[in-house]
Write a protein that binds this ligand. Sequence first.
Ligand SMILES: [Zn+2]
Length: 179
Amino acid sequence: MVVTLPRKEDNALLRIAREIIGKTYGEIALQLFDYMLENNGYVAEETLTKDTGIKSNEGRRVLQKMSEEAIIVPGKLKTEDSTLHIWVLNRVALKSFVLNRLKKAREKLEARLNYERDNIIYECPVCGRRYSFEEAYLNDFKCVNEGADLLEANNDEVISLLESKIKELDEKIAELSEL
Ligand SMILES: [Zn+2]
């Protein structure tokens, strides 16, 4: 497999990748990712604990997980007296991983936006719980929590929040697609 390492100009990609890797794989993955970026794009299994301070079995488990998306790929590095088993950051896979996650997040927001635009939403003035028309109807337009009368919700705010989040994602996706 041909591996292309991330470059200095990949600022946007690496920034967004950090966010997503942290959310998806957790703190240890983030530490490993940062270590690899600062150390020629790889980490060696044999020196993992010495290099990163992360317990070897824990580090390996996270590296395995990350390799499922091919963000990192296994390799071997010959040194003077031994062969190290290394994991190398793979820029191309990293980019498609990040783009896929952003596009999925966008799809979810878009579905939510369409729902908010197409449906009358009811809301409890006491606890703030939201209801679709069907749910409100089935509950006799009363809140299941404390029985307050449901009101038709003004969802303009929710809609504009969703719109601005989608716009943000579109900008990130466009920025990354150009890299
Ligand atoms: Zn309520």
